[in-house]
Design a protein around this ligand. Sequence first.
Ligand code: FES
Ligand SMILES: [Fe+2]
Length: 460
Amino acid sequence: MSKAASNTSTSKVSTSKATDGFDLTRVGPGTVMGEMMRQYWIPAAASSELKPDGDPMRLMLLGEALIAFRDSSGRVGVLDHRCPHRCASLFLGRNEHDGIRCVYHGWKFDVDGKCLEMPNVPPPQDFKEKVRAKSYRVREQAGLIWVYMGSRAEAPPLPMHEALFVPEQDLTVTLLQREANWLQGLEGDIDTSHFGFLHAGHINADDFEEGHPARHTVANRAPEYKVGDTEWGTMYGAYRPEAGGKMHWRMAHFSLPFWTQTPNADFADHVVAKAWVPMDDEHTMLISIYGGRAKGATYSSSKLKSGGGIPGADKLDYLPNTTDWFGRWRSVQNIRNDWEIDRAAQRENRIYSGIRNIVIQDQAVTESMGPIYDRTNERLGSSDAMVIRTRKRLIDAAKALRDTGKVPPGVDDPSVYAVRSGGAILPRDADWIEATRELRRAGVTHPGLSRDVLGGMPAV
Ligand code: FES
Ligand SMILES: [Fe+2]
């Protein structure tokens, strides 16, 4: 091949990488990824953020500036923030008597966007039945407000993540805003080899009791991987040889369009679902739903053999929420104060990163990349196999929708999400998929749940 020809092919590769990088990360209306996300129900806020007749709340979702409010009857409305009359923001509106009233000329809208009153117009000239505020359909489940931003006449079903079926009193739901692109955050969750450095570089295997789920990840910080496509998205297994002819496996999932299930507990009763919800291209709301054992036995809350907690697993401190578009669920440790990195703790290896909270350690590294990093600058290795596979799964599904109208996985068939992540010790020559089929099936051991509720786990 001539030099010129080989140059051409190199530049073609990098152009398509750049284009895919752009398409993967942008979520506004009309973008490839944004249109795919609009096929799904999106968790957007905690139900507790809205009180009946309370203050309207600015809600940025997929790059759209919206207003959320709870009416006198308890119903939630999510509307374009611009009043359809002359575009004053409904953030200023009066939430009263089952509707929100624009303070400019008094037009009033219900949760479905229907114009109820047009009081600045003499009754004969009233045309309220012809006016609608742009509104999105809303549901509430698992303590969260869900929004459907797609165009179907009938919205699809909610995704059947096991965590959404756990009674609310048995759930822990947290929200945390990240100042970076959604995919940057998500990729951190499916990149298991960072764990032994970023979160546990200062911990040795002998610091843990025998059987602690994180013991394997620090005993061998360079696991091997297998990855695969699944009906819900992608799955990886990170494996490390164990004594006695055994193999330790940690298996985790990506589910379309923005969900992860991390593997940091055994499968039994490990109920977790995490959503990396794009507020816009440069801000993400991480919504974590923990039930079952995951609720009380996370790495952050576990103990070392010495009886002490994990150094660097301090509690997360939030700033007070404000009414700004990006004022909700922000951490005290943030990009403006270098996440309060403690250089002495880092230097003395009391905390490997010097950052005192596990989630903020993830937040720091992914925000430090810049709001949307240029993926043409990467040098990926074998430890990035899951990241590579997941990007391909996402872009293929989004382009199939754009080019052929193919509905992406999980929209019409929400039972594909009924899977678990976790760790297991298997015979060394076992087939990792076959040997864990039952373990990975959701709803087996959690009280009140059954396979009948969740549907069977499809074959992978
Ligand atoms: S701009 Fe809202 S009523 Fe006029
Ligand atoms: Fe992490």
